[in-house]
Design a protein around this ligand. Structure first.
Ligand code: AMP
Ligand code: ZN
Length: 496
């Protein structure tokens, strides 16, 4: 491990409702399963918030020195329109509407999802299994659940028997829902349902004649239930008991409670040690969601091609905006909030760019570098508290600016430590893109060009051609690039 900071990481466990010290099951190896998207339409910004949060978690665990196996699935069959196992399969429905093969829908939206995740500079998972690629494993899981006495077959479908399971196990561990309350509140089954009780959920659904996605099984032609894929694939790639299982808050029930019930029926084990849930991105105070037409797509924000915001925002700005809230808090997106994040991010990058040009001396620094670094880690170690971490980075910026303005002392070792810490947090852990500074598009090339102009200006000054050197300075200023002249070298800052 890189340092001792890993020892203090605390994670909020939705299963216990407590922040717990993170102690992996297998020493230095971490297994993490995150429920991925249902690839039947373009991922909206709300979906992205969840995956960006888990990207941070993956990045930070790796930064600490853990070897992370990050599994994030793609749901390409079995996710029906309604939580009570009714309605059409989301993929099949889209295929019918778009007049495409279901697998064309899957391919189209998987590619889009990957592109968006790349725009946000998130790291790909180590394994990205699909439900259709694991039908054999799912049939195998169903056989085991039937054998345990917790499932029954009815007219070619197989259902999990919630009441039976609840006699010995406990259904609803994550959400805290009680089966008795669910029974009192649920509608009676209509005559068309094969379920014994409305709480039961499908492990396998018989394919009706018009159903286009189906496979052979011991119970006839059909398709697997949505909750089952995650149980079967997490077991296959991470084993029966792994470290972290995550997803959005809205997956706690029924999806994750059903996953726990399935796993406990198979081998008596809750599959994960830590259950993590991210909170929702909202817009106008309501959950971002396609079904209520309250959403924006990432590309619509990046291109400015939308009717919601008056200007465009870069992936870096949107990501920074998300990190200014804790992953377990609701976050409401608005133009004002994005503009504020853009300003904040520009300030952060300006400060970071300044560090390499700071003058050092051999005196003790007027800044407690060691204390500051450990504060940064203590913030991220507190259940990945990114807003508090960002506040710490800004604390150091105050000092960085004071070195320049009021000649505070900074020695070389501290300067290097500050620079390395900034780089680790901004680029490796928060995963912001280098030199993609907000909307200013301050990339490598433009930075090199400015440096070239500075060099030419210095040469003309050395040749006492002050007319030209002043013109270069003034023209750059017109473009919003301010030059600072030191004894030895000149530096620049983008001011607008
Ligand atoms: P889905 O494709 O609907 O299965 O959703 C993929 C992931 O996005 C799940 O983990 C959801 O919990 C998450 N999600 C959906 N809507 C939002 C939202 N508004 N904010 C944050 N996460 C969301
Ligand atoms: Zn899942």
């Amino acid at each position: 491990m890189k340092s001792d900071f890993y020892k203090d990481l605390k994670i909020y466990n939705s299963l216990t409702g407590n922040k717990e010290l993170f102690v992996p099951i297998n020493n230095k190896i971490v297994g993490m399963y995150v429920c991925g998207p249902t690839v039947y339409n373009n991922a909206h910004l709300g979906n992205c918030r969840t995956f960006i949060s888990f990207d941070l978690i993956n990045r930070y665990l790796s930064h600490l020195g853990y070897k992370v196996r990050y599994v994030r699935n793609l749901t390409d069959v079995g996710h029906l329109e309604n939580d009570d196992d009714s309605g059409e399969d989301k993929i099949s429905k889209k295929a019918r509407i778009e007049k495409l093969e279901p697998m064309e829908i899957v391919q189209k939206y998987t590619i889009d999802f990957h592109k968006v995740m790349e725009m946000f500079n998130t790291l790909p998972p180590n394994i990205e299994p699909t439900a259709t690629g694991h039908i054999i494993e799912q049939i195998d899981s169903i056989k085991k659940i039937i054998k345990s006495g917790n499932a029954y077959e009815m007219n070619g479908s197989v259902y999990f028997d919630v009441l039976k399971f609840n006699e010995k196990g406990k259904y609803g561990k994550l959400s805290g829902r009680k089966v008795e309350d669910m029974m009192n509140n649920s509608r009676l089954l209509d005559g068309s349902s094969d379920k014994k009780n409305p709480q039961d959920f499908a492990l396998w659904k018989k394919a009706e004649d018009n159903h286009i996605m189906f496979w052979n099984s011991p119970w006839g032609k059909g398709f697997p239930g949505w909750h089952l894929e995650c149980t079967s694939m997490s077991k296959k790639y991470l084993g029966d008991y792994f470290d972290i299982h995550g997803g959005g808050m809205d997956l706690k029930f029924p999806h994750h409670d059903c996953e726990i019930a399935q796993s406990e029926a198979i081998d008596n084990k809750n599959p994960a040690k830590y259950w993590m849930h991210t909170n929702m991105l909202t817009m106008n105070g309501k959950k971002m969601s396609k079904s209520i037409d309250n959403f924006i797509l990432p590309n619509e924000i990046f291109s400015g091609n939308n009717k919601i915001f008056s200007k465009k925002f870069s992936p870096n700005v949107v990501k920074f905006f998300m990190y200014q809230a804790h992953y377990r808090s609701v976050l409401d997106i608005s133009e004002d909030a994005l503009v504020a994040s853009e300003k904040g991010l520009n300030k952060l990058f300006d400060g970071y760019n300044l560090i390499s040009n700071l003058e050092c001396n051999n005196k003790p620094s007027d800044f407690d570098t060691k204390g500051w670094i450990s504060k940064c880690y203590s913030k991220i170690n507190d259940d990945f508290n990114t807003p508090m971490l960002i506040a710490e980075l800004f604390e150091c910026l105050k000092f960085i600016n004071s070195v320049k303005i009021s000649s505070k002392n900074l020695n070389k070792t501290d300067k290097e430590k500050i620079q390395n810490t900034f780089e680790a947090f901004i680029f490796d852990i928060l995963g912001l893109k280098k030199n993609n500074k907000g909307t200013l598009n301050h990339d490598n090339k433009s930075s090199d060009l400015i440096k070239l102009l500075i060099k030419l200006r210095n040469q003309s000054r050395a040749n006492r051609n002050f007319e030209l050197s002043d013109q270069i300075r003034d023209d750059l200023m017109e473009l919003g690039i301010q030059l600072y002249d030191d004894k030895n070298e000149s530096s620049f800052k983008i001011i607008k």
